[in-house]
Design a protein around this ligand. Structure first.
Ligand code: EPU
Length: 422
């Protein structure tokens, strides 16, 4: 972690074409899933972000042989050299997805010791559903001094009902069930695009997973998984959305390439409602705006609803939309900390528990602001692009957790963003 800050000269219109990187939340699931393979795996289209670096460190700590070319986005993992089943605290506290090592290590080696995961501080983030799922597969799971200790001589498939829709819980149970004897059925599963991506990766190694992308996922366990060909992960839905919002916020004209427009429908609908123009092609989205945005209201929901990860960037755009917007955060209990920073930039916002009421103002003004988590950072970047003057963002390391070269991409579209360390 450094003291580095970002400087954004606001008021510049974004124009041009920009390519989307591989999805963070797929990468952090597919990378641990390589442990399940009996042969080396090649993963392509991985983003060069901090969470991928932590994933590489974790695999190497466990003993895997990892070759990663960050510029090319390609990683080769040979899991046959793994000789540990414990993840150290200093790695697990760095990201939420560390919990996936419980599922994969348990499936592959019958034991896992993983400290409770860290990740963005956006409210309570228990993993009770992950552990409930693993117990249902026959594992003994205890938590002691903040360490999850899971063991099983051999998992057995079962019917598992998730008490709530959880992305991480669905992924972790899916990973654990890959080698269980017989059939596992996850009911009330999450449907996010990266769940489908992970299932496709596992199936490419010989797993038999059906129903990913629906709320019932069936996994027939298999003893041996073999990586036969390189697997390219999907483009990042949240990076796509962040750039779409930045294009609208700067009254720009930006074509976002290498993305999946159908993943963006909830956001596209809201941008159209606000008065922006959105045109979709097979793998590209063009967002154009002349400003004069209308206020809109939305509630965050599980996929295909409006994603919580875009709630923060979207609320920046709403700060200057005419009228009153209401934003309800349904997924996480504390994901409004960016709003106080945007008030410092002249936004007019009131928060009532899980609802933010945003009264549009004509213009945001630059200020020194602090990112409190990854998507809060993205929201402040967008607010900085929209504001008059030069905005200074503290805690840029949060942004680097999940966006590949964000300022290079924005600068290529005409933004003026730099970093400095005081
Ligand atoms: N929950 C429980 N018990 C559980 C699991 C979840 O109560 O066992 C609750 C959580 O507290 C939360 C809700 O269920 O209120 C949803 O949590 P979920 O498990 O779906 O989220 P996650 O797996 O922790 C992933 C993404 C997040 C994204 C959410 C929601 C990864 C690594 N993280 O988190 O991404 O916000 O799904 O879509 O995939 C981000 O990228 O900025 C980010 C935070």
């Amino acid at each position: 972690m450094t003291n580095e800050r970002m400087l954004i000269v606001g008021g510049r219109r974004l124009e041009g074409m920009v390519r989307i990187s591989g999805a963070k939340n797929s990468a952090v699931a597919v990378i641990p899933a390589t442990i399940l393979s009996s042969t080396p795996c090649v993963i392509e289209n991985l983003p060069d972000i901090e969470d991928v670096r932590v994933s590489v460190e974790t695999l190497r700590h466990l003993g895997a042989t990892v070759d990663w070319d960050p510029a090319g986005g390609v990683m080769q993992v040979d899991p046959s050299t793994i000789n540990k089943t414990e993840v150290p605290l200093e790695l697990s506290r760095k990201m939420r997805a560390s919990s996936y090592y419980i599922g994969v290590l348990l499936a592959r080696y019958g034991e896992a010791r993983v400290p409770m995961p860290g990740g963005c501080d956006i409210g309570r983030r228990p993993i009770d559903q992950h552990l409930k799922g693993m117990r249902a597969l026959g594992a003994t799971v205890e938590t002691s001094y903040g360490m999850v200790i899971a063991e099983s001589p051999g998992l057995v498939g079962n019917d598992i009902f998730m008490d709530m829709v959880t992305v991480g819980g669905t992924i972790n149970v899916m990973l654990a069930a890959t080698r269980a004897e017989g059939m596992t059925i996850i009911h009330n599963a999450a449907k996010e695009p990266h769940i489908v991506d992970l299932a496709n990766f596992l199936n490419s190694m010989g797993c038999r997973i059906k129903g990913a992308g629906t709320d019932t996922i069936r996994i027939r366990g298999t003893r041996e998984m073999v990586a036969r060909r390189p697997y390219a992960i999907i483009p990042d839905q949240i990076e796509t959305g962040t750039l779409m919002i930045a294009a609208a916020g700067t009254h720009g004209d930006v074509t976002i390439t290498g993305c999946i427009p159908t993943h963006m429908e909830a956001l596209t609908a809201k941008l159209l409602e606000m008065g922006a123009r959105v045109d979709e092609k097979d793998d590209a989205i063009r967002v154009r705006s002349l400003g004069g945005h209308r206020s809109v209201s939305f509630k965050t929901q599980v996929y295909p609803g409006f994603p919580t990860d875009l709630q923060q960037p979207m609320s920046a755009l709403l700060c200057t939309a005419s009228g009153t917007s209401r934003v309800v955060e349904n997924i996480f209990e504390s994901r409004f900390r960016h709003l106080a920073e945007m008030e410092r930039m002249g936004a007019n916002i009131r928060v009532y528990e899980q609802t933010a009421v945003i009264e549009g103002v004509p213009q945001l003004h630059a200020a020194a602001v602090e990112a409190s988590d990854l998507r809060a950072g993205a929201a402040l970047v967008i607010a900085g692009l929209m504001a008059q003057g030069t905005t200074e963002i503290y805690n840029t390391h949060y942004i680097d957790r999940g966006y590949e070269h964000l300022e290079d991409k924005l600068n290529s579209l005409g933004a003026k963003i730099s970093r400095f360390t005081p």
